[in-house]
Design a protein around this ligand. Sequence first.
Ligand code: NAG
Length: 314
Amino acid sequence: MLLTLILLQGFSHALAANHGSHWTYKGPHGQVHWSDDHLDCGGQAQSPIDIQTKSVRHNPALPPIEPQGYRSPGDGAFTLLNNGHTVEMSLPPSMSLRGLPQTYVAVQLHFHWGSRGQAGGSEHQVNGETFPAEVGNVANPAYDNILDRLKNIQHAGQKISIPPFDIHELLPGQLGHYFRYNGSLTTPPCSQNVLWTVFRQRARISASQLERLQGGLYSTKVANSLPVPLVDNYRAPQLLNQRVVFSSFPVGPSAYSAGEIVAIVFGTLFGCLSIFLTIHFVVKRIRMKRIREQKDVVFKSSSRRAVSGNSHRP
Ligand SMILES: *[C@@H]1O[C@H](CO)[C@@H](O)[C@H](O)[C@H]1NC(C)=O
């Protein structure tokens, strides 16, 4: 889920460019082994998590997130880097976030994604649902500022300068609705000092934009004769343990997804229709039975009359 990362990890003061030990997402240095070299990765307050909305606590005092200086982030160029784990873009200190316990100064943004044709890609989940980034038919042109440059940083260690652009356009529209919890960096050293904000609304890009992200980069250096695609760079959800996830909005029936709402509406309609048809046919059968009985009565009485007529005849 693109926007999650931008927000929290991007602006936490706890950013750590880790040039220490070698780590990957799968294999002998994969995520299940991270805690061998980085103790915090085995801690009790790790990220990402699967947000279970039924256990979320609404805190109406949580204010909307207010990005400052995102629309025109100055004249200085941004640096776009393939660090072998993700594509990372440096951000200037003129950009900051309000609506948090302190003002957070922007440092960088980066992405996590899956691979072509596979489900998943987001780190955080909501009720067990993962997101490939929200994909539609409509491209989000703001993301092209980054995606158009990936061809220049295909290999690990490569970086380029790109002209500054409106970073606000990368974010979803509704910045007042979000989940909030205490967690960690989702990569080694997994430092547990990140205050996470996960927006309820997803950022939207098109399917072809997603494919450019999934197919454009390698996690290996240019000299490597066996290039490894940079895909599936997301960590599995971690245990919540004693932590509480708060929401800035009431997580009631409104927490249902559009698909669930459609299912509920159709389910209810179908249920009502079934009840209506059942009643309709039962009533119809009762009426038919009554009509048949009345006919029987008419028939019997007329036959009785006939009988009695006969009996009077002699
Ligand atoms: C995060 O942890 C701090 C320190 O324990 C606490 O004061 C704060 O309320 C926590 N925030 C959330 C969202 O749980």
